[in-house]
Write a protein that binds this ligand. Sequence first.
Ligand code: SF4
Ligand code: SF4
Length: 478
Amino acid sequence: MGQLFFQPQNAHRVEVDGRKLLFHVPTTSLFEIDRLDSDVIDLFADRGTVSEGDVRTRFDGQADPAEVAERIRAFLDLDIVTDGRPPRPERPPIEIKNFPLTTIVLNVNTGCNLSCTYCYKEDLDTPSKGRKMAFDTAKRSIELLLAESPDRDSYNVVFFGGEPLSNLGLIREVVDYAEARFGALGKRVDFTLTTNATLLTEEIVDWLNAHRFGLTVSMDGPKALHDLNRKTVGGKGTYEVVAAKTRMLIERYTSRPVGGRVTLTRGITAVSEIWDHLRNEIGFHEVGFSPVTSGPIAPFNLTGDELVTVFEEMKRLGRHYRDAALKGENIGFSNMHQLMTDLYEGRSKALPCGAGLGMLAVDHGGRLNLCHRFTGSDMETYGDLDQGIAKEKLARFIEDRADRTEKGCSTCRIRNICAGGCYHESYAHFSDPMKPTYHYCDLMRDWVDFGISVYGELIAGNPAFFTDHIMPRRAYGK
Ligand code: SF4
Ligand code: SF4
């Protein structure tokens, strides 16, 4: 053998309960390795460049040379070491030729009946000034889905706002139209809605239930925390009404589990306490957390120290998730469950999400935005319902953002899970959606490392958790 070179960006080792695991970064796969594998990697990690003499000096009399050679060959196949040739590209450069559009987000009203102090929506209006989407705009958006992806079996229509239930008339019309239109073609359509819950009535809940809406309620925790930011236009806290309506919703809603969405802003870092309240006292099936690092209103962004606390708290709740999962229970902590799902499915992501590719968001004027968070922002749009998708421009955006050349992401060990981060975070933090979300990479890497350890523990301690709790979720279409 000639000289061999270690490729640290492709291998990440973790130790769980004395077992050695190797996370193969290009494929997002986790292997259990034995002592010899580990010693071979140690040699490469220590020296960087390794010759035949180095291997002999290290292993003669310690291990069978044929066995050592075989391990090195396996690491060559995995691009964990190379013989000097540049490592194979992880995947060919992304070339977007088609837009497999299956999800359309309709911003049905820029108006919201609340006035949450941290709201990121740049197009947010007070209730009376809300710009409502017309039915014709919604109908043409659905036709766009069918025209762009005529061969799919199922499609998603997402209602967003402002508060989407403040334009319930339109939502009802769209559901009638979409069910008839897709049904006549023998296709399925799934509806999703995120709400602040304040406008829910029993009649509305039963109607949503009959149409199997996937529902998420924005709620920030117990009263003292929720009321800090989630207020009426008059400035009053909304906890009492949101808690009562959400309990009513969960009680009546039989078609699908209901999720809670928590926005963590300045001064709010108590992840476990919030989860406990929302899961055990309100009754959400699962609870997800969105730490705000780069909202447009700087005083609401978590400080650097708070963000560290948030990730520590997420790990604390993650350990609770792990302990329950070892006993076969899912405690409904969405961020952790998503990470376990990504690792279990070995998803190696080239892009952080489907924004601009499988999903577009339509604003009230019929313009096409990357996703729901961009409607009404200064970010450029990508066509409209008259002209169709500006495909060249959109393809260029996605291809350029996915290109990791000369970006820190190219050697990052979580590059195929993070994939450069959310476009909107980049846009909000750097005013540049092309830039990866560099402002909290270390915390993200630490979180994913933690997830890999937990995954290793669960695979060893209770592999049935994945078949019982992750496969059904996927089959459910989430
Ligand atoms: S944004 Fe940061 S954490 Fe994400 S892949 Fe790039 S370097 Fe890694
Ligand atoms: S760009 Fe960000 S907010 Fe938009 S869909 Fe992707 S991850 Fe979500």
